[in-house]
Design a protein around this ligand. Structure first.
Ligand code: FHN
Length: 683
């Protein structure tokens, strides 16, 4: 401790003295520091604080959204919210019980909220009285007992800490530097001083305008110089690319990516950890009963670990200090499965060809040639065919937990395994343990149009030519256009495919002595409803959907603005011109827009509709005016804004005017406002 104090003292007097630059740490050094984390795979997230008192309700009404956001969502004034902080008295808190629950579930580390956005601190902070000891009847530090219980049980522990702070009077544009230097950083330093063995700092709330990547980099270095081995997530800076959580570019600061409420589609070279709730709220929320099943959670663990990630599963204890029973029972079921199959999860690493179809996933023991094959829904699998992993000659294959080897037949390219009847009784995944080698697998074909790679869905109006390419030399690509799986008899791709109608193309790569590649699938959707569509200004690059045709492809984005069916315009209007190709009788035309105040997305304040029979001679047929109300529900909703036409027209023009800036009462006040639009419907 004395060396730590000395180090902090030295840095404060001679900031440059002995300060190591961790921003250029080698990948090898980072991986060495993260070895325990890459082995651990599964952790417990805990969101706990004053918000567990209202538990998502205010003035006898359930407030939409996650419960830890209630102060913002219900626009509760600080002095009003402090009444909850003063009531927070978790007399039934038993840190050892919490650690027992986590450990029995197979969780190897715990991350708890030291301070969430509401600013309430659940430890005895030296730099504020807005904490559990000075501002509650409980009057005892909540982090210390948990840290102690973790140490006793060999569980690593870390803190979630919010950069954004709704309570501190200086946490705003005008005084942010003062808040940062005299409050935020001193609190972090005191936590590192108090907990020399703190394993992780998990930042959040970095999206505020006042915070920058540069401040994140400086803070990262400062904290690593105090606690060199600590792991810090990528939300210490601004490098996170939205809720998918990975870095926008390789220079982003932070040791691992943080997908939230979702799992990466593919594996990643950057360490990553998917964080997820049990139900829909991070903090305890009375009435939120949308609990994920134990099977779904076990599948998530397998899905994530096979892609090389960690799973941080959240519990939201109530204001008494009790973890909801719905979480505890599911964690018990997960623990039973992990007790048997944990060796296929812990201390493993991802392999390149980590999946086969929908039902088979792989991991590899990090230190020897043992592979694990997860059979995801055994109830339907009398036998399985493994291709990516070949058992070595005369080796035995076991189902983990069973001393009797399974019977199998193996050729160069595949191994057929019979699954004993008793393993087909339920749907919990079973795991095959194989001493083997990784087979040679043809690379998945890439699909390009005009030399640009396309995937999933592509919208077009006029005939297109597609190319199929494989990165495996001397492989041949076979394809189908009816959605069936390509096989050795399917057509061979030559040099290009001309597509003039809506089609589903599936393609796979083949090569003698190699396992067939995974299948690439793309839906080519021909848009016939209009001859042409012109959008005056391009949508934001991040929310450009499938291009301008997204607006007329018959698919709606739904309430999740991340869905590729939305076009997002940041601080700009939407002006779109539709050419029907000829004069047609139109009854009505509508434009779908999204409102989601939590994400700075507002309905347009004015939407004007124009029609014309000849280009340039427009007549306004309708104007929609929207009066934004600050008491509007923050829960996202879609509004179809429509105009009666009842006329024969060829051209339709729609102008949706953005409010451009978030209003003064909005949490993003002064920031750019978004318009999200999707699906123009012409009746
Ligand atoms: O706003 C927070 C939210 O309350 C919760 O803490 C999640 C968990 O990572 N993070 C932010 C939302 O992205």
């Amino acid at each position: 401790m004395k060396y730590l104090v000395l180090a902090v003292l030295l840095f404060s007097i001679f900031p440059g003295c002995g300060k190591k630059d961790y921003l250029n740490e080698s990948v090898a050094d980072r991986d060495e520091r993260m070895e325990w984390w890459n082995d651990a795979k599964f952790g417990m997230f805990i969101h706990w604080g004053a918000y567990s008192v209202p538990a998502g309700w205010y003035k006898d009404k359930m407030v939409s959204g996650a419960s830890e956001w209630i102060m913002d969502a219900a626009k509760i004034p600080i002095d009003e919210y402090e009444k909850f902080s003063k009531q927070f008295n978790p007399t039934e808190y038993d840190a050892e019980e919490w650690v027992r629950i986590a450990k029995n579930a197979g969780m190897k580390y715990i991350i708890i909220t030291s301070k969430h956005h509401d600013g309430y601190c659940i430890w005895d902070s030296k730099v504020t009285n807005y904490d559990i000891v000075d501002f509650s009847p409980y009057k005892k530090d909540l982090l210390k007992p948990l840290a102690e219980a973790c140490r006793k049980e060999g569980i690593k522990f870390g803190f979630y800490h919010s950069i954004m702070d709704w309570h501190h009077p200086d946490a705003n544009k005008e005084k942010f530097k003062k808040y940062r230097d005299e409050y935020l950083i001193p609190q972090l330093v005191e936590l590192l001083e108090e907990y020399e063995d703190l394993a992780v700092l998990w930042f959040d709330g970095e999206w505020i305008d006042e915070w920058t990547e540069e401040q994140g980099k400086s803070l990262y270095n400062q904290l690593r110089n105090i606690s060199p081995d600590i792991l810090i997530n990528n939300r210490i800076g601004k490098g996170r690319d939205g809720m998918q959580g990975m870095n926008k570019d390789s220079s982003a600061v932070g040791d691992f990516g943080t997908p939230e409420q979702e799992i990466l589609e593919k594996s990643s070279s950057l360490p990553w950890e998917a964080c997820m709730t049990f139900n829909d709220s991070w903090g305890f929320k009375k009435g939120d009963d949308n609990w994920k099943s134990a099977e779904a959670l076990i599948f998530n663990i397998i899905d994530i670990v096979s892609k090389g990630g960690n799973y941080l599963l959240n519990v939201g204890p109530d204001s008494r200090g009790i973890i909801p029973n719905e979480s505890v029972t599911r964690l018990g079921e997960i623990g039973n499965w992990m007790n048997i199959n944990g060796e296929a999860i812990y201390n493993t690493r991802a392999i390149k060809n980590y999946f086969e179809g929908e039902k088979i996933r792989y991991t590899k023991a990090k230190d020897d040639d043992i592979y694990y094959s997860f059979i995801l829904n055994p109830a339907k699998s009398l036998e399985v065919m493994l291709k990516n992993i070949l058992p070595i000659e005369n080796s035995k294959i076991y189902i983990i937990g069973d001393d009797n080897p399974v019977s199998y037949k193996s050729s160069d390219l595949e191994t057929k395994i019979i699954i004993p009847q008793k393993y087909r009784a339920n749907n919990f995944p079973i795991v095959l343990k194989i001493i083997g080698i990784e087979n040679k697998v043809v690379e998945k074909p890439l699909i390009t149009i005009d030399d640009v790679e396309v995937e999933n869905t592509y919208l077009f109006q006029n005939d297109i030519k597609i190319k199929l390419n494989s990165l495996t030399p001397h492989s041949i690509i076979r394809y189908t256009i009816d959605g069936s799986e390509p096989n050795e008899k399917s057509k061979i791709f030559k040099n290009e495919l001309l597509i003039s109608e809506t089609s589903v193309i599936k393609s796979s790569g083949f090569k003698n002595g190699f396992v067939k590649s995974p299948t690439t699938k793309i839906k080519l959707h021909k848009i016939k409803s209009v001859k042409d569509i012109i959008i005056k200004n391009h949508p934001s690059e991040k929310y450009s959907g499938y291009g301008k045709l997204t607006l007329i492809n018959g698919q709606r984005g739904g309430s999740n603005y991340q869905n590729k069916d939305w076009l997002g315009f940041e601080g700009e209007d939407l002006e779109v011109l539709l050419d029907l190709g000829e004069s047609k009788h139109v009854n009505e035309v509508s434009l779908g827009c999204l409102s989601n105040l939590n994400s700075w997305i507002f309905l347009p304040q004015i939407v004007s509709f124009y029609t014309a029979s000849a280009i340039g001679k427009y007549e306004k047929v309708h104007e929609f005016n929207y009066q934004l109300d600050k008491n509007e529900s923050i829960k996202g909703f879609i509004k179809d804004i429509s105009a009666k036409v009842n006329n024969s027209v060829r051209y339709i023009k729609i102008v949706a005017e953005n409010i451009n800036q978030c209003p003064s009462w909005h949490k993003g006040k002064g920031g750019k406002a978004w318009i999200f639009a999707d699906e123009i419907i012409i009746n």
